[in-house]
Design a protein around this ligand. Structure first.
Ligand code: TXA
Ligand code: MG
Length: 329
């Protein structure tokens, strides 16, 4: 059975954290909130515990996990050959939504955390509950997003419950996550550093601190360096199509679909009263809206976007994956 504990209003937070720490020390999983999305946490030094994460998510074992620690000082105990630019990024962006890929110390983590790579993705999350938990458990916590593999990431405890009920023992409920999209992943083992996954912290934000940064989507002919990038992600069960954010065009598309006797859900900032369903579209609401579409009997989802996709835009990146790059026509 899976217990959800609301941490913010919990009368006895210490008791809740002790319970969570005990579960983690015993090699089991605790889901917890971060400022990006909820994570499915386990002791990153315990291979059996880490294995449970892959099983719970149905995640391919060649896709490495992000490790969470409570401070820059803790992080530096687990990585080596850290470039000066990485220290600058830690100082500028931690705690925060930046995962930094660095060389891990040999034997530091369970091998399944890093999928046998010599590198590790590490970050200090900017969320009270996550930081309180990490400080108390005092081991690095491997935590991918707390969704079933291939489903939208969870931004609410109830999303985690939907995917993980009966599979994990405890969910710490810290309310809605503020950013709503996963962290920026920056590979700092190459020079210049490369953004493997865009997020709220942008190329421009990073360049103000460390100078030139590249986007992996701009580097041609390279095998994906982030193993997770080859998988279809963030997909709801209902097929998603991108469409230019133009009122007349979207209106015609809705009519066309409805004439075939199908129901359509529209994701957009503006309301579309003729659509069978409408859900808001923003970084903060994207995953919740995709999950809500799955609760309807819609046959397809139209996501209204600008036609000049900006490859560094985190929401566009997630939407393109959800749509498997399909445009409505
Ligand atoms: O915001 C986030 O990053 C959330 C919260 C829970 O912290 N976590 C998250 O983890 O999104 P996950 O496992 O769903 O995504 C991790 C991404 C994957 O695309 C993975 O392939 C990549 O980071 N990654 C992890 N370690 C890597 C490494 N050593 N080298 C390259 N890519 C790596
Ligand atoms: Mg994920």
């Amino acid at each position: 059975e899976t217990e959800i504990v609301l941490v913010d209003s919990s009368v006895n937070k210490e008791e809740t954290y002790s319970q969570a720490v005990e579960i983690l020390r015993n090699g089991d999983i605790v889901a917890f909130p971060t400022e990006t999305v909820y994570g499915l946490g386990a002791d990153a030094t315990n291979p059996q515990a880490v294995e449970k994460i892959f099983t719970a998510k149905g995640r391919p074992s060649d896709n490495p996990l992000i490790v969470h620690v409570d401070s820059k000082e803790s992080a530096l105990n687990w990585v080596q050959n850290v470039p000066a630019k990485a220290i600058q990024c830690m100082d500028a962006f931690w705690p925060g939504a930046l995962t930094i890929i660095l060389e891990s110390k040999p034997g530091a983590f369970a091998e399944n955390v890093t999928a046998n790579l010599k590198t590790v993705g590490i970050r200090v999350p900017n969320h009270r509950v996550a930081l309180d938990l990490l400080a108390r458990v005092n081991v690095p916590i491997a935590a991918p997003s707390a969704n079933t593999s291939g489903k939208p990431s969870p931004t609410l405890a109830e999303h985690v419950y939907h995917d993980m009920a009966g599979i994990i023992p405890l969910i710490l409920d810290g309310g809605q996550t503020t950013i709503g999209l996963e962290s920026t992943v920056l590979d700092m083992t190459s020079e210049p550093p490369v953004i493997l996954r865009p997020g709220k912290i942008t190329k421009e934000d990073l360049e103000l601190v460390i100078g030139t940064v590249r986007l992996s989507s701009e580097i041609q002919g390279n095998a994906p360096k982030s193993p997770g990038m080859k998988y279809i992600h963030y997909a709801p069960d209902v097929p998603v199509y991108l469409i230019e954010n133009d009122e007349a065009l979207v209106g015609k598309a809705i009519q066309h679909v409805q004439k075939e006797g199908k129901k359509v859900a529209v994701l957009s900032t503006a309301d579309f009263p003729v659509a069978d369903y409408h859900f808001p579209l923003s970084a903060e609401t994207l995953y919740d809206s995709l999950r809500k579409c799955d609760q309807t009997d819609a046959d397809l989802i139209l996501a209204t976007v600008s036609t000049a996709p900006n490859r560094s835009d985190a929401m566009m990146n997630r939407l393109e994956k959800a749509a498997d790059h399909k445009w409505f026509s």
